[in-house]
Design a protein around this ligand. Structure first.
Ligand code: NAD
Length: 353
């Protein structure tokens, strides 16, 4: 049976980079059916809403979603609910995509792009699994209230239900199983009640995965260890707020925004796959964007949603090969070095396959 992929290119460089990822998928000996729909600013222009109902329907009817990026500065004056960026929040919520996967890898050829010493980051390959739909970002009550003395007080609430912790624990353990079988749960259980529950549930779920080594780390220490000895980690699982911060820190260890893929999954491993960067309006339409983050997102899609690990390995191997052959888009090239455009980079990956 064909695997149905919803292709949502979005804005800016989105259409250029998703086109290359689709070409790479088509070069595999697998059967896909691709269907495209507008989202973000493109959704608003075509159908009056950043997340049109027909786009959501297509996403629901597919086996996986390949997403480019959304964001269009010329629409920034629209009311908040019609801004392009609302589409990504809306689709995650609508499809209950509660687990965000952010790998950070350092390729030997790009080791100098990191701001850390090469020996600290060479060979780095870690995955951060961030819970995406709970925690202090969504917990009620929240607000700003006026106290009796007239002073204002802001408040938010950190909340996690047992079921929310358990389901993200399960996907993180499953992911660790597909990698180096080491999972580090990051919390703040020394100070926060919610995080004590988090740790308890992690330990409980860990009993179902005796083949995965579970460890725990406080978030302040994890932030230090990521910068100090990042290679000690295989998979990190953490809550929404801590994951927000740590995943950005981890991506900067690699120094190359145009190389990093991501996934957002539900409990059935259905997911949305996208590069971590935005729509890069400054270079849109010029044919110079780096398509590798999106191509690597397509590889993640094969591994996590479509059960095609061998094909995922092939794509990742092809990306390593083109880097070794010296292909560089402008964002990852050393000064003075020859660069290729989006299309040529896609061609090189297809040829390497
Ligand atoms: P950005 O990630 O789009 O760009 C930051 C810088 O990195 C720019 O100089 C850009 O040219 C460069 N860059 C990004 N991707 C690149 C690639 N593949 N190849 C080469 N260079 C690349 O972030 P920004 O400029 O802060 O935001 C632009 C728009 O994207 C905004 O509207 C923002 O809200 C949106 N955004 C969307 C997402 C998403 O869709 N998930 C994520 C982040 C930002």
């Amino acid at each position: 049976m064909n695997m149905k992929i919803a292709v949502l290119p979005g804005d800016g460089i989105g259409p250029e980079i998703t086109a290359e990822a689709v070409r790479v998928l088509k070069a595999l000996d697998l059967k896909f059916e691709f269907e495209e729909a507008p989202i973000g600013g493109a959704g608003y222009r075509a159908l009056g809403h950043p997340l049109p109902e027909s786009t959501l329907e297509l996403a629901r009817a597919s086996d996986a979603i390949l997403f480019g990026a959304v964001g269009d500065f010329s629409l920034d004056n629209l009311p908040r609910e019609l801004r392009p960026e609302q589409a990504i929040l809306g689709i995650r919520r609508a499809l209950n995509l509660f687990a965000n996967f952010r790998p950070a890898m350092v390729y030997p050829e790009l080791v100098n792009a990191s701001s850390l010493k090469p020996e600290v980051v060479a060979g780095l390959d870690l995955l951060i699994v961030r819970e995406l739909t709970g925690d202090i970002y969504f917990g009620q009550p929240r607000g700003v209230q006026v106290l009796e003395n007239g002073e204002r007080e802001g408040f938010d609430t950190m909340r996690y239900k047992e079921s929310e912790i358990r389901r993200v624990a399960q996907v993180a353990f499953e992911a660790a199983r597909k990698r180096g079988r080491k999972l580090c749960s990051v919390d703040k259980s020394n100070v926060l009640e919610t995080m004590q529950l988090w740790r308890e549930i992690m330990i409980e779920v860990g009993k179902e995965y005796p083949d995965v080594e579970l460890s725990h780390m406080y978030v302040d220490n994890a932030a230090m260890q990521l910068a100090y000895r990042p290679k000690q980690f295989d998979v990190i699982v953490t809550g929404n707020m801590f994951g927000d911060i740590l995943s950005d820190e981890a991506s900067m260890l690699t120094g190359s925004i145009g190389m990093l893929p991501s996934a957002s999954l539900n409990e059935k491993n259905f997911g949305l796959y996208e590069p971590i960067h935005g729509s890069a309006p400054d270079i849109a339409g010029k044919g110079i964007a780096n398509p590798l983050a999106t191509i690597l997102s397509a590889a993640m899609m094969l591994r996590y949603s479509l059960d095609q690990s061998a094909a995922a390995d092939r794509i990742e191997g092809a990306v390593k090969q083109v880097l070794a052959q010296g292909y560089r888009t402008g964002d990852i090239a050393e000064p003075g070095r020859k660069t290729v455009g989006t299309r040529e980079m896609g061609d090189a990956v297809v040829a390497a396959l």
